[in-house]
Design a binder for this molecule. Structure first.
Ligand SMILES: NC(=O)c1ccc[n+]([C@@H]2O[C@H](COP(=O)([O-])OP(=O)(O)OC[C@H]3O[C@@H](n4cnc5c(N)ncnc54)[C@H](O)[C@@H]3O)[C@@H](O)[C@H]2O)c1
Ligand SMILES: [Zn+2]
Length: 544
């Protein structure tokens, strides 16, 4: 089979053509530059095409070239700055190979293209205009894997891409904590390599649940040292799936099994599953023999963007959720997006609520991506659609960075980390009063809507923000309206029992704007009730 294409996109002046040429040389491939191809075929410059036939004609020519190149393989393709921003072009070319988006600062861009001044009308206006355009296109480019070209020669950027191609689709985010740091790797087909990536060279055991184990545990490959010692496989301990099993009985049972398997202090636990498995296995790893190593392999969207980052582990007591736990940092987190292809759609959608939360907390680009892109998907599509997998990987990476930045600033939850509770003061009350009939992610979606209404009621944000928040959540398939059976007064009472309460006062995370949140603990009851009433009414789009 012919090699895949490699596609380069990015703003003008990021070096797509020079890097692409270098890369093609390095890989021994044919190089195609879509702008050059269009100019050669039309027999006139792009500026002339624009002047004589208008921009729409140029976009037509781009679409033709994209469709044609999508039928070929083994190419390095440098695309015009906006070609891949067209969804059809992106779908056509993105199916043929990995896409890299070259990035650079406005100053670098202006410096690089200044030699061409005059031929590049977009650059009139200098750095300020470039910064403006970059900001406008940031969300559209953000779906592609970024390669920073700042201060680098084209050859060095090409080297970086060669290295990235050799590793396959994966990106690493480093998380610092008070005693060390660990990597979070987001990518495809990571599970087989977990032992090598984590550098495990001693005994290991997989902890998973009854749903995930049969689907994914076999993909973890036995390291060669085990093979040499004649061991047949990696012991796998399977707990029943679901939140009701995140309890002390399961923990005791796992201790017994670890002892029976002879796992000592040099052992490593590989947690394979959603947030429940991660929390249980993490708690076991924190306490068994006073602590052994553990690696997290989250298999739900929620666990990837939220539960696996930050070092909190915990279990539930009959009196409430997460009442017992420990801070325990993993040795490595591997978020293999391939595992999400088997996730039930409702679980995927629920995880999106935490992605929305992270966008609202600190990342307007992430937020815009949720507006621009269609994430109401059947996760099974991930198995076939490489562009979708790539889009999801970059989305997850951004969401993880938001949580990473917050937990690095506040590793033991004494300050800033409170912002991660956006939507959760309401959300937890909704879960509790519904008797946990409402999924966490759905309750968080309602909670985010309520928090936005509360912010508007208190005049902390513009009056239109709550509606925007609701529209985004609804578009993702998430509910924003509290079912009529849940009485606002009962919800308010339930909030009073939330364990995040400070000195007897309710704390709320509020919004000034997207990406700008803060904590207030002097919110009057009447304002909270008004917000609850607002999200209890039937919405404009007839959702109940
Ligand atoms: N430690 C933290 O910082 C933190 C943060 C947020 C949430 N949490 C905890 O996370 C838990 C929720 O996590 P969750 O939403 O991942 O729930 P979960 O672990 O219960 O997973 C949801 C369901 O999906 C199944 N599943 C998981 N991955 C699958 C896959 N790839 N294919 C098919 N089925 C799959 C599970 O078996 C389960 O039935 C809660 O207990 C919550 O308290 C912890
Ligand atoms: Zn949550």
């Amino acid at each position: 089979m012919a090699a895949e294409n490699v596609i380069l996109t990015g703003f003008m002046g990021t070096g797509k053509t020079t890097t692409g040429r270098r890369l093609a040389e390095r890989l021994g491939r044919e190089f195609v530059d879509t702008d050059e191809l269009i100019v050669a075929r039309a027999g006139r410059s792009i500026a002339d095409i624009f002047r004589e036939e208008g921009e729409s004609r140029f976009r037509e020519l781009e679409a033709q070239v994209a469709a044609e190149l999508a039928g070929r393989r083994g190419l390095v393709i440098a695309t015009g700055g906006r070609l891949m921003l067209d969804p059809d072009n992106a779908a056509a070319l993105g199916a043929t190979g990995p896409v890299f988006c070259l990035t650079a600062s406005p100053a670098d861009i202006v410096a690089r293209v200044s030699a061409d001044e005059g031929k590049r009308p977009l650059l009139a206006g200098g750095e300020e205009r470039v910064a403006f355009l970059l900001q406008q296109r940031a969300a559209a480019y953000a779906r592609f894997r970024a390669i920073d070209t700042g201060g680098k020669m084209a050859a060095a950027v090409a080297d970086e891409i060669v290295a990235a191609l050799a590793l396959g689709p994966r990106e690493t985010i480093s998380v610092r904590h008070p005693s060390d740091s660990y990597d979070v790797v987001v990518g495809e087909n990571l599970l087989p390599d977990v032992c090598a990536l984590a550098g495990i060279d001693g005994p290991m055991v997989v902890i998973t649940d009854s749903e995930v184990g049969p689907l994914h545990a076999a993909r973890i490959q036995k390291p060669s040292f085990l093979e040499k010692l004649g061991f047949s496989g990696i012991p796998t301990l399977t707990m029943p799936a679901g939140e009701p099993h995140k309890n002390l009985d399961i923990v005791r049972d796992l201790y017994d099994q670890l002892l029976a398997a002879g796992v000592g202090r040099d052992g490593t636990i590989i947690a394979l599953g959603g947030g429940v498995v991660g929390d249980v296995a993490g708690f076991v790893a924190a306490t068994y023999l006073r602590g052994i190593d553990f690696v997290l392999c989250p298999t739900t969207l929620l666990a990837m963007v939220d539960a696996s980052i930050g070092g909190k582990t915990g279990i539930d007591l009959p009196q409430g959720k997460n009442l017992v736990g420990a801070f325990k940092q993993p040795r490595l987190v591997l978020a293999d997006v391939m595992t999400l292809a088997t996730l039930p759609t409702a679980e995927f959608t629920a995880g999106l609520a935490e992605v929305v939360k992270h966008g609202l907390i600190a990342d307007p680009v992430l937020w815009q991506r949720l507006l621009l892109e269609d994430w109401r998907i059947d996760p099974r599509r991930l198995a076939e659609d490489r562009l979708l997998r790539g889009d999801l990987a970059t989305l997850i990476t951004r969401a993880i960075r938001v949580k990473r930045d917050v937990v690095e600033e506040d590793p033991f939850e004494t300050g800033r980390r409170a912002v991660l509770n956006l939507g959760h003061t309401f959300g937890h009350a909704i879960e509790q009063v519904s008797g946990y009939a409402i999924r966490h992610g759905e309750a968080v979606a309602m909670g985010l809507a309520a928090a936005a209404h509360l912010s508007a009621t208190l005049e902390e944000c513009r009056p239109s923000l709550p509606l925007l928040v609701e529209v985004i959540l609804n578009d993702l398939g998430l509910p924003t309206r509290i079912p009529p059976a849940l009485d606002p007064a009962a919800l308010y009472a339930a909030m009073g029992s939330d364990k995040k309460k400070r000195a007897g006062r309710l704390r709320f995370v509020l919004l000034h704007d997207v990406g700008d949140v803060f904590v207030r603990d002097d919110v009057p009851e009447v304002a909270v009730m008004a917000a609850l009433e607002a999200v209890s009414r039937t919405s404009i789009n007839n959702q109940q």
